[in-house]
Design a protein. Structure first.
Length: 266
């Protein structure tokens, strides 16, 4: 009954509530101030807050503190640091390295990005299992038309748990800042042209044969929770090799997401 009373506007319900689970809704029903309630709801959707993040922000009067303080950036940064541990689910779904020995390539093989893409589609079931939880295949070379140009996205997936599209851009060799700029543009473009009312913000993954520390530290990937880079291996490493590679990729991941690293140390 309270849900019906608090959310009478069908348009708002369709735009926002579908992106939230019942735990989110129960927290929102505690907020009697209509302005605050709708603000929390919109922020939870736009910023992809977990239910624990939303609950924490409501409990700590986050909305009112932002209204009253002249130092909004400091309050926002504090909130992100305090809730980073609650937001890990979306980060944990991004794997690096992706071990894809099932694609059938050998170390001495010479292959192009198109060959890699075709091999992934030929082994899509194995690739989906390797990516992690909740991934569903949507399209290969999806054609996006803007007012000025045509674009083709390598691979498009949808993650059921995160309720968002996931764009994968395949790259041979070490990642470059041009690659980062391209996936950033694709994510923004997809949000604008393809993302539906029930979808959370799009995520972009650069799947490359070599990640880069400088890119993690200094590019637009840094502290960006919608852009990621992951390394793929086309061979099955030994246990020692895999452990070393996981440790290295974890270090690079924390270079990119420095706020998470601070929480890990705490």
């Amino acid at each position: 009954m309270r849900f019906y009373q608090y959310f009478p506007d069908e348009q708002i319900v369709n735009a926002c509530v579908h992106n939230l689970n019942w735990t989110h809704i129960r927290s929102l029903l505690r907020v009697s101030d209509e302005n605050a309630r709708y603000w929390y709801m919109k922020e939870a959707v736009d910023e992809n807050w977990s239910s624990r993040t939303l609950d924490r922000n409501i409990s700590t009067q986050y909305y009112y503190r932002l209204l009253q303080t002249p130092k909004k950036a400091a309050v926002i940064e504090e909130m992100k640091q305090k809730t980073a541990q609650f937001q890990k689910n979306q980060f944990e779904l991004i794997k690096s390295p992706v071990v894809a020995e099932f694609l059938g390539f050998k170390n001495e093989d010479t292959y192009l990005e198109g060959d890699l893409e075709s091999a992934i589609l030929s082994h899509i079931r194995d690739f989906l299992m390797e990516l992690g939880r909740g991934f569903a295949f949507v399209a290969r070379q999806q054609h996006i038309v803007t007012e000025t140009s045509d674009y083709y996205l390598d691979l498009v997936f949808y993650n059921i748990e995160l309720k968002c599209y996931v764009l994968i851009d395949l790259k041979m060799g070490r990642i470059t800042h041009q690659d980062v700029g391209q996936i950033d543009m694709y994510v923004r473009m997809y949000d604008d042209l393809k993302r539906g009312q029930g979808d959370n913000p799009t995520i972009g993954i650069l799947l490359c044969s070599e990640t880069d520390e400088d890119i993690a530290r200094y590019s637009v990937l840094h502290d960006n929770d919608r852009l990621f880079m992951s390394k793929y291996l086309t061979y099955l490493p030994t246990k020692e090799q895999l452990k070393a590679e996981i440790d290295r990729q974890k270090e690079i991941f924390f270079m990119q997401h420095s706020t998470l690293q601070m929480n890990e140390k705490e």
